[in-house]
Design a protein around this ligand. Sequence first.
Ligand SMILES: [Zn+2]
Length: 121
Amino acid sequence: MPFIPPMSEAEQVATVAARWRSQYFDTRGHCWAEIRVGSTEEIYKQLLALPSSATAADVGAIIGNDSWIGRNCQECKERRIGVWEIGEPEDYESHTVHLCTDCIQNLMDAVKAFGSSSSDV
Ligand SMILES: [Zn+2]
């Protein structure tokens, strides 16, 4: 698939504990990684205990930053919930573009304007 629609805020909040564990729990050594700002295991337990009504702000308050919900749009540079992944599936060397819905809409408007002006020629 050439593009992946963004997960909703609720979906991102619902999956954050599992994503955190995947990042910081060493399944071979059965131990949690250490990070500067606190216990990754304690943060995991707090994320796991979040109610289904939790928001991105609740997650940010536990982790201490907003990097686990949403992502930066490569066009407007803002951190947004609704950011599409376009191009190759993301990995360390992929050609992947992340654009928010607003920037995609601006692009579509530009394409439409270009299309109508080019058909006038
Ligand atoms: Zn944008």
